[in-house]
Ligand binder design. Structure first.
Ligand code: SF4
Length: 461
């Protein structure tokens, strides 16, 4: 009998032993389980990374990282111990081959990007930009993006317990880097949240709010509970989704008594008012899903909320094979009761070309993962098209594979097109990474760059 292209195997979750790292060799189970200890011991710079990993970390790696931070990084470094511990899970830094394994590690590749990871020919696509999804342009009030007719995104704060190298909101989220000065909110937090509630109260066509940031795990719990409770008092509100990568990066926070009790109160109110509350998390690699993460997800489901769903980001060298996507999806579903929901193409932010896949590669991946998971848990691979929104990768309307330009249409007006009669007839463009194109396409982009003429992209914005 012939083998299937993918072979399903249930795998037990495993918490790697943090005591293999010299800097954490004396850390107790109790300390590790404390969210305060985790936050206080985040790795924020190369010196701290060296302290934790010890002499096993190669000098060349540190120089590579230092150059990246100086010349390319759009996010500063912030990694909770929980996440550091999932890198190279089976090897102590003193073992031969540790630095090579760290270079190859999927979690390292997006949490600790180094200069040699990036493209030197085209580190950024010519059409890449800060705020590549134009979220700030669509703010109805500061921090509230009204892009789709019935749903909004509330950026309630600009920080997270962990900073990911590929963050789409690199324009706003996190600390400045030598390459990127961050946008700052103008309003004080409580005024901003108040203005969001006022807008939603006055806009009954909106039924669905993604409460995000940043990461809601950085908003003090009483403030988050108050905001979500007030959202539920708005008659039109039916769906509330809380966005937190920290369910994976800092599960200790979601397992704390304060947060569990608070979520129970919110879930009880939601049930009474027929509102669905879900948590949306962001796991990109199966090795990130440890027993602590599974406990946190189940603890949240046990509070009575509707669901915990995963929105990963598809990145080369992290999760760009069918087996990696299926292993991750099965681990989420089988071991943590987390619904595999979306994998996004990495957005067109500066210096992200090495992570990005072509639309054609994403379509192939979608094809290859079909049929193994239950239909309701088969993740959709999504292209978030600027000025359009999320589209399944097979929904493209035209695709020029030589120049790597895909064209998309839409069926609603975003917040910036309320009086634009042509918005629904226009085509909007998205771009493959240039280095993946055939020679003819690469030559075309080089000639465009040489002439300094903006790319000819049809009728797109
Ligand atoms: S957790 Fe989300 S918002 Fe925060 S840095 Fe990562 S991708 Fe960006």
């Amino acid at each position: 009998m012939l083998e299937q292209p993918y072979s399903y195997q249930r795998r037990e979750l495993h918490e790697p032993d943090w005591r293999r790292f010299p800097g954490w060799s004396g850390v107790t189970e109790q300390e590790w389980a404390s969210p305060q200890w985790q936050r206080a011991h985040c790795v924020k710079n190369i010196r701290q990374l060296r302290q934790v990993l010890g002499d096993g970390l190669g000098e060349a790696f540190c120089a590579d990282l230092e150059r990246d931070q100086r010349e390319r990084a759009t996010m500063s470094m912030l990694i909770p111990p929980q996440m550091v511990n999932t890198m190279v899970p089976g090897l102590a830094p003193s073992s031969a081959g540790f630095t090579e394994a760290l270079y190859a590690d999927p979690v390292r590749r997006y949490m600790i990007p180094v200069f040699s990871d990036r493209r030197t020919d085209w580190p950024s696509h010519p059409e890449a930009s800060r705020d590549s999804l134009h979220e700030a342009e669509m703010w109805a009030v500061e921090g509230l993006t009204h892009r789709y007719p019935t749903k909004v995104l509330a950026e309630v704060l600009p920080t997270c317990p962990q900073y990911c190298g590929h963050c789409t909101r690199m324009d706003l989220v996190g600390n400045p880097t030598p390459v990127v000065a961050k946008h700052k909110f103008g309003l004080a937090r409580d005024d901003r949240l108040g203005a969001m509630l006022d807008y939603l109260q006055a806009t009954p066509g909106v039924r669905d709010v993604v409460v995000s940031g940043g990461d809601v795990a950085n908003l003090p719990w009483p403030r988050l509970e108050d905001f979500v409770s007030k959202l539920m008092e708005i008659d039109s509100m039916r769906d509330i989704r809380l966005a937190t990568k920290a369910l994976m990066g800092l599960p200790q926070y979601w397992l704390s008594d304060e947060v569990r009790a608070g979520m129970e109160r919110l879930a009880a109110t939601a049930r009474r008012r027929d509102v669905s509350i879900a948590i949306h998390t962001h796991v990109n690699a199966a090795q990130s899903l440890t027993p602590a993460v599974a406990r946190a997800a189940k603890a949240m489901l046990d509070t009575g909320i509707r669901d915990v769903r995963n929105q990963g980001v598809l990145m080369r060298g992290v999760n760009d094979s069918p087996a990696q996507l299926l292993d991750l999806s099965f681990a989420l579903l089988d071991e943590a009761r987390i619904m595999p929901y979306y994998f996004y193409l990495c957005d067109m932010i500066p210096n992200s070309e090495h992570w990005r896949l072509t639309l054609g590669e994403a379509q192939q991946l979608q094809h290859k993962i079909m049929g193994y998971l239950p239909g309701f848990a088969t993740p959709r691979i999504i292209c978030d098209v600027p000025y359009v929104g999320k589209r399944w990768v097979h929904q493209v309307s035209r695709y020029d594979t030589v120049r790597g330009i895909s064209y998309w249409t839409k069926n609603y007006r975003t917040g910036v097109e309320t009086s634009d009669k042509l918005a629904l007839d226009r085509e909007y463009s998205y771009y493959d990474p240039i280095y993946r194109l055939p020679a003819e396409g690469q030559d075309w982009w080089r000639s465009q760059a040489a002439q300094e003429i903006p790319a000819a992209v049809g009728a797109a914005h």
